[in-house]
Write a protein that binds this ligand. Sequence first.
Ligand SMILES: [Zn+2]
Length: 753
Amino acid sequence: MKRYSAIALVAVIAFLFPAGADQESLQGFTPTSSAAEQQWETKYRALPDASKDLENDRRLSARPHHVGSPYDKDNAEWILANYKSWGWDAHIENFDVLMPTPKTRLLEMVEPTKFTAKLQEPALAVDPTSGQQSEQLPTYNAYSADGDVTAPLVYVNFGVPDDYDQLDRLGVSVKGAIVIARYGGSWRGVKPKVAAEHGAVGCIIYSDPHEDGYNEDDVFPKGPMRPPDGVQRGSVMDFASYSPGDPLTPGIGATKDAKRLTLKDDIAITKIPTLPISYGDAQPLLAALTGPMSPAAWHGSLAIPYHVGPGAAKVHLVMKSNWDMKTLYDVIAKLPGSDQPDEWVIRGNHHDAWVNGAEDPVSGQAALLEEARSLGALWQEGWRPKRTIIYCSWDGEEEGLLGSTEWAEAHDKELQQRAVAYLNSDSNGRGYFDVGGSASLARFITGVARDVQDPESHVSAYQRRVDMELARAHSEEDRKEIRGRADLHLGPLGSGSDYSAFLDHLGIASLNLGYGGEGDGGIYHSVYDDFYWYTHFSDTDFMYGRALAQTAGTAVMRLADADLLPFEFTDFADTIHTYLKEVKKLADDSRDEALERDKELDDGVFSAINDPRHPKVAPPREAIPPHLNFAPLDDAADALTRSAQRFHSALAKAWPAGVPPATLQDLNQKLIQSERRLTTEQGILRRSWYRHMIDAPGVYSGYGAKTMPGVREAIEQKHWDEADSEIVRLAKVLQAESALIDSASADLEPASH
Ligand SMILES: [Zn+2]
């Protein structure tokens, strides 16, 4: 297709003009401005220093620093002083948010034997910060409802809706029960939500060694994986159904005098008490279960038969929180734009952690600070970005993206006007470059990744990423697709880090960047995510921290300096076609499945194969899904492809001759608005905080993105009329996007000059 020839052409140019002789201009730059930019960028990439990155990490992770702790504030003030010393105009912005901390936690088995869970991660002699117990937040799930319940225990695998369908087939109900779910398979907050919807009265979430324990590698401190008493803390706020951020101030900044909901209102906390535990604590509970055997796919790596229950095991769960208000410390730093000060390029990573957090988030924050130091040094040398650059060190990400959401809500009007893009990171490690986000920036970030060297292989970060994808591809077709693609494939973001308010709520084009995939571990949200673990098992010499600083800093500079913002829409149009194919297949598959199930019921298949010693209930008959009318979306997606190609060729023709400054300014405004056009005022049905119509977190998957969420979730939840109306609504959004791109093309085409 078209882009095969584009790649071939680039290859020829590169062959005729080897690097250094006559470099190709950067996307969005003229030959002159490109040469200047490349000089500054080359200087920049020599500045981030791995040893400074390491010292940043050591300092920020030296003590526990969750929201409301003394060291959280101390870190924020240290970060602020640094920004200022590097020449940035910086300040701390405070918000007051609801942040529950545990008051009472108890989990005991009362039948058939007595066992009390430890709920405590032990200090390890080799690991100096693991013993800072007076400052550590106990193991808990923030925003769990208060409760004191005693009930039979039922094992529900990952606790996602499909697992409950399987339980139905086993004839097991969780009504009145306490469920025990393992981490994985969904965002953790989905587990208590679905459990409560099925009538459970309590929810325990444990880390099975299958996911991040000895099934993977040696456990800490011998290896990187989760030890028997390691616990994953984490928020269970139902942000996907409500909104992230402070639950008392949805949609508005949680400033001192903001109008607040109360705890009695319908807010994003769980309906049932929820507590996370280690596999050390989970093993006796699971081992005591009787009742049917669970399906094979439900078996973890503990040396027990994974029975489902209920039977024998009865547990007593108490969870009570102090429902206090805590102050957030967002550190915001600016370098003013020389040319277009009202166009903002925003970069962020959170600084708060569950405990010490040397990996999450400090490995990302430490790199971000190296970027800020290096950009400050370039400024001293005379570099002046065209656009304003804003660096954000967020607080309160862990509890529910609190700091970034409150800041974005407090500044929503300005951001909608001015934000060019938001670049996020959240932790970093050794391995491959990874990027997700707005497809209109795929070409841009691919260009950046081509200019950064991977520290281990010394090929570009882009090349190593593509080679890894090729090596891991499962089919010839996949390999062909990877080789044929000009740009990196950007997965959708959904939610789960600080880009959510920017992308999902305000429609600001966003990217999430990081390295990882070599040397993963099992210390996530535990006391063992600390400097000792990170410097023994992850990016021990911070060379990938340096690579992240080089990558993200280059991206920030290039966005801030470009003459024409480097948005591009053919990748976006391709992505829309891919999503459309997926939702059509989803609709077809659900109809085929229903037809097949009914046929098998008619033919008596379920009763014929039923094992009387392990009886199963036949699935219920359901209405056959109707055919949906996808025509409006097909038309809109095709229109988008045409508009994207028109813009591409209009630009290719107009650019070499030079585009007048007034036209450029108008074009940049349109490009800035291109992601906003994907939002609607009404937002997604039943969760209007989410306004982006292409990307949202899934109500039943949590962080996992649901693309075309209105259409997709209507199909998944079998709301057929709604699916048809959502198709029409989404088609209108895409048509408006096409119209915007067309008007940008018209600015570039000869007749309009
Ligand atoms: Zn994080």
